[in-house]
Design a protein around this ligand. Structure first.
Ligand SMILES: O=C(O)CCC(=O)N[C@@H](CCC(=O)O)C(=O)O
Ligand SMILES: [Zn+2]
Length: 354
């Protein structure tokens, strides 16, 4: 009688690590196998797959998606990339860790199950009530996997390495600029020209520069591991199968190039080709009465005249204070105490660019 194929063999045949992840959302036994091109594959957990090519280049790259379970386009992009590697269609040049952030929420088709995973990094998972739900455990586990991935490789002065983490998301509402990136707060270190160039290769030319620490995954990688890290928003939330993937073809190509070649083809940075914003203020939800005073179909980066009423929270009114101030990530449904909207203004990076 024919024996059932081992998981390693199945994965090399169909390459569908996403399906294996979603069938085992609560955990997968670690597994290691080697591809025909000699790349070693390590499955560390559900949604956690690490690739170690022989003679790897100097980049340690983490790609994550599904930190919010209903943000499907990035999940499809990462699943496709993993499939291409597992089935031998794409040969890696760089070390790569791919993370499907919240498998249970992906199965449920929801942003989160109990708590917003992207507010639990840099140790926030263990603050307050501590590790009380699956998202808190997952945030801690993801931190541990990222640390293991970056620390497992020897770094010497003669062989320095470069760390990257691109956390792929989609926005809840439409945006004036369909794709945009959030550059985590760098504590006055310079912004990286090469990263703007890579973002442009991904067709992302709108960048929001954060001004304060955050509990997000990208800030964690940037601040705790010195990675060049970004949250990248690829369009608007859609159910699986309803994304127009042609809108992300440049991002898919650039990501493939990033992991399979020494260099990505980019254009020299020219600030004129970018829309750069910085946070002017964050509006946090204080009470259950928090209400937005504009429609659900108003796009991210929309600006209103000074004095326009944007939101109320009990007796507190939030009005436009500055010319050019624009809304981003408005969401009245967040938990009390969390960011319900950011107000952003145009800015420049020329004074602190490397
Ligand atoms: O569209 C929205 O309101 C949210 C989309 C999203 O999930 N954005 C990330 C941004 C993370 C960051 O600030 O780096 C989030 O809110 O977690
Ligand atoms: Zn998201």
């Amino acid at each position: 009688m024919a024996q059932p194929l081992s998981l390693a063999k199945q994965l090399q045949q169909h390459g569908d690590f996403l399906q294996i992840t979603l069938s085992n959302p609560d955990g997968l036994a670690p597994l290691q196998f080697t591809l025909t091109d000699s790349t070693t594959v390590h499955i560390w957990d559900s949604g956690v797959i690490c690739f170690e090519p022989t003679n790897a280049g100097d980049k340690d790259i983490v790609l994550s998606c599904g930190v919010h379970g209903n943000e499907t386009a990035p999940i499809e992009i990462c699943a496709e990339l993993v499939q291409q590697v597992l089935t031998g269609k794409l040969v890696l040049k760089q070390r790569l860790l791919v993370l499907f952030g919240n498998p249970a929420a992906i199965n449920a088709g929801t942003r989160e199950i109990t708590e917003n995973l992207n507010r639990l990094f840099s140790g926030h998972h263990s603050m307050g009530a501590g590790l009380i739900n699956a998202e808190r455990h997952r945030a801690k586990a993801l931190e541990d996997y990222v640390s293991r991935f970056y620390n497992e490789v020897r770094v010497t002065e003669a062989a320095p390495r470069n760390r990257y983490l691109y956390d792929l998301h989609t926005a809840i509402r439409g945006s004036r600029f369909e794709k945009f990136a959030v550059y985590p707060f760098l504590h006055d270190k310079p912004w990286q020209k090469a990263e703007f160039e890579f973002l442009q290769a991904c067709d992302v030319t709108t960048v929001l520069l954060m001004q304060t620490p955050a509990s997000t995954f990208s800030y964690y990688a940037s601040n705790s591991h010195g990675a060049d890290a970004f949250t990248i928003e690829l369009g608007k939330v859609q159910p699986f199968g309803q994304n127009d993937m042609s809108r992300f073809s440049k991002a898919r190509t650039a990501l493939r190039q990033l992991v399979s070649e020494d260099k990505v083809s980019t254009q020299p940075f020219d600030e004129q080709q970018f829309q750069l914003y910085q946070v002017y203020r964050a509006i946090n939800k204080q009470t259950q009465e928090f209400k937005l005073h504009f429609a659900d179909d108003v796009q991210n980066f929309t600006a209103y005249p000074v004095g326009t009423l944007l939101a109320t929270d009990g007796d507190t009114e939030y009005r436009v204070e500055r010319e050019g101030e624009a809304i981003i990530f408005p969401n009245a449904k967040v938990a009390i105490g969390q960011r319900a909207m950011l107000m952003v203004v145009p800015t420049t990076v020329q004074h602190n660019l490397l």
